[in-house]
Design a binder for this molecule. Structure first.
Ligand SMILES: [Zn+2]
Length: 362
């Protein structure tokens, strides 16, 4: 018992010193240094009280659930299945890989454009565009009545720490209305975004290569934060593959971009695995997915309702994911999956609005 108590303490004190020593770096990206420090304190308290082992009466203490979900933009299922992706394969080898769909139900009110922000919002809210009201990447007016998953996290009676690591700042400021009263007024505990809008970041690098540099930066900071602080619920969003798809379409260039972004996923997975080695009480759910497929003709476009545009995929480390033979998964199923894994309490009106169902089998 002493051993299990000591190890996390020693490790965590060491992390605290590292973080304090590198605080200027946190300040550079977190933008909210005080909440970051406060949440570190909260996490420290959680680690010390939620230590694994048995209680005095011999009952096993529940593990602490953690979730990381990753969106790698615009990779068709046939491409991810053909290209060598050891990072995503390593995650799926612990759990599963399956095809899924976006775009709602064809010909029904839920039918939704196979467009990036629409897909993100369907994942974030567990609803289709007729509810969340995001139908394009611009002129966005989300309906915040459909709570995003991070708002649910912050609504819990228990403290739930959150992280967002994103190449597109609008994910936080617009889709989730970070800090807006209409969207619940909550703030993320850890944030790495804003680089694509910051002229001081990667000056002299332009267009696709600049966004690739942002992806790299976001991944580095996400992996560091996952390893050191392990927010309870984190989202990493990476864009490079969609840029290459739009520019070059199907072909070797897109395949290379997929392999590059797979290496970023591998960095994140390594951080989660390192976490697991030091904190046996953490129960990690990792989900990697994409937001839409691409056109069959060239692979450059998307937005329509063709099979290839509607078909996405979900890779997860969870051995509990339902078999594709049982039912077809949709992007809106990820929200209730996270809710179940994190043991979140959902307000009745939010639960009643959801379109999907959990992918975790019993
Ligand atoms: Zn996209």
């Amino acid at each position: 018992m002493i051993k299990t108590l000591m190890r996390p303490w020693v490790f965590f004190v060491s992390l605290q010193l590292q973080v304090l020593a590198g605080l200027h770096r946190f300040r550079a990206y977190a933008r909210l240094p005080v909440p970051v420090l406060l949440s570190m304190g909260v996490l420290m308290a959680q680690v010390t009280v939620a230590d694994p082992g048995t209680s005095d009466d011999g009952v096993e203490v529940n593990k602490t659930p953690k979730t990381l979900f990753v969106i790698v933009d615009g990779i068709p299922a046939d491409v991810i299945e053909r290209v060598n992706t050891p990072g995503i394969d390593a995650i799926a080898s612990k759990g599963s890989y399956q095809r899924a769909y976006v775009g709602g139900e064809l010909g029904m009110p839920t039918e939704s454009p196979t467009v990036s922000a629409v897909g993100y919002m369907s994942l974030l809210t567990g609803t289709w565009s007729n509810k969340h009201n995001v139908r394009a990447n611009y002129g966005i007016e989300p309906n915040y009545a459909f709570w995003d998953i991070f708002r649910v996290a912050k609504h819990q009676a228990k403290v739930v720490s959150t992280g967002l690591f994103s190449t597109w700042t609008d994910n936080r400021t617009i889709l989730m209305g970070d800090g807006l009263e209409a969207a619940g007024g909550y703030k993320f505990d850890f944030v790495a975004d804003g680089y694509e809008k910051d002229p001081a970041f990667a000056p002299g690098v332009e267009d696709v290569e600049r966004i690739q540099a942002v992806d790299l930066q976001v991944t580095t900071l996400a992996a560091k934060t996952l390893l050191e602080s392990a927010p309870d619920l984190s989202w990493v969003y990476l864009q490079h593959t969609d840029d290459i798809g739009h520019r070059d379409g199907d072909g070797p260039s897109m395949d290379l971009a997929v392999r590059w972004i797979d290496a970023r996923v591998s960095e994140l997975w390594s951080a989660v695995q390192a976490r697991g080695q030091h904190f046996a009480n953490e129960d990690w759910l990792v989900i990697v997915t994409t937001d839409h497929g691409r056109s069959s003709s060239t692979g450059k476009g998307h937005g329509g309702q063709s099979d290839r545009e509607r078909t996405i995929w979900i890779a997860s480390n969870s051995p509990r994911m339902v078999s594709p033979a049982e039912r077809s998964a949709a992007i809106v199923d990820i929200y209730p999956t996270i809710v179940e894994h994190m043991r979140f309490e959902l307000p009745d009106q939010i639960a009643a609005q959801l379109e999907g169902q959990s992918l975790l089998s019993q």
